[in-house]
Design a protein around this ligand. Structure first.
Ligand code: ADP
Length: 302
């Protein structure tokens, strides 16, 4: 059962067609990514889903409700963290959480949320004294304080250092493990690859692909390459016979096997049966980055 259904969404700003015929479904419990370069129409799409913008065409259903007609009910079911959320400089972390909690009938415990987001030591710190990562975590806490069933998070790791970004990723996974469906807007390939169960790749206002990260990669570049050093001489024929293998070549002491599908499993099984150990085994595969170039004709970030 999808919890979000978007069909044929259109939105223009004057002459700019920001979103052109975007359709996708989000299933309960998944981390669904919306990936694309700056200006692709990602924020406009999620703003329409969240009922913050009025589409020019198309349908959006979220938990079976209409984002505009049922805005009041949805406020209690959907948490939104939008780009560049700003709070008053003097507002302290705990005060911000208490204030936002007061907007909801059945809020989460602000103190527990502060701890869960690693802000315990900062509970009395004013907003303008927080680091970038702490501000991001606070804005995620504010999106979650209403105990939403769906959280929409827009570019939440932009501007964070690599460690803070990885911490935020673990946090998102913990939120999902609590049963919250997550829609994640991002222009970071690594973030999409690491976190998302499925992705809509958006370019110039259109969905150009919709699949799991691995599915997107294997659809555009199915070939994989395995390199290893066999512990004893190896008859290439053993590998060439495998239906998953397309070629076997040598590079010095290394055997280089290319193939598709479950080629790694097939090759390692044959080696094990013949009591050959594969030293320094590496698997090379196209990345989501390569898939994006293949799909759109350009790189995600230039
Ligand atoms: P993304 O989130 O992928 O960066 P946006 O949805 O913010 O993309 O923007 C899509 C397009 O719409 C861009 O060309 C952007 O300049 C334009 N746009 C976004 N918001 C507005 C607005 N309020 N008024 C006019 N144009 C806008």
């Amino acid at each position: 059962m999808p919890v979000i259904e978007v069909s044929h969404l259109h939105k223009r700003y004057g002459e700019t067609m920001a979103v052109q015929d975007v359709s996708f479904d989000v299933a309960a419990g998944e981390i669904f990514g919306i990936l694309g370069p700056n200006g692709a129409g990602k924020t406009t799409t999620v703003e329409c889903v969240a009922g913050l913008r009025v589409p020019d065409g198309g349908e959006v259903s979220i938990l079976g409700l209409d984002p505009r007609r049922d805005a009041t009910r949805l406020r209690h079911l959907v948490g939104v963290q939008l780009q560049e959320s700003q709070l008053p400089d003097r507002l302290r972390v705990a005060e911000a959480l208490d204030l936002y909690a007061s907007f909801y009938r059945d809020p989460a415990d602000p103190a527990a949320l502060i701890e869960e987001l690693g802000l315990g030591a900062k509970r009395n710190t004013p907003y303008d004294k927080l680091s970038g990562g702490q501000k991001q975590r606070l804005s995620i806490a504010l999106a979650l304080v209403g105990n939403p069933r769906i959280a929409i998070l827009d570019e939440l790791t932009t501007g964070l250092d690599p460690q803070a970004r990885r911490d935020t990723w673990s946090l998102i996974e913990r939120i999902r493990d609590r049963g919250v469906t997550i829609v994640l807007v991002t222009h970071f390939m690594e973030e999409a690859e690491r976190l998302c169960d499925r992705l809509a790749v958006i370019d110039k206002g259109r969905v150009v692909a919709l699949d799991s990260p691995a599915g997107l990669v294997s659809a555009v570049a199915p070939e994989q390459r395995i390199r290893f050093r066999p512990s004893t001489p190896l008859d290439d024929q053993l590998l060439n016979e495998l239906p998953q293998v397309t070629s076997v070549t040598r590079s010095g002491a290394q055997v280089v096997v290319t193939g598709t599908g479950e080629v790694l499993h097939a090759v390692t099984s044959v080696l094990a049966r013949n009591q050959i150990i594969a030293a320094d085994l590496r698997l090379e595969q196209a990345t989501l980055d390569d898939a994006f170039v293949e799909l759109t004709g350009h790189r995600l970030t230039d």
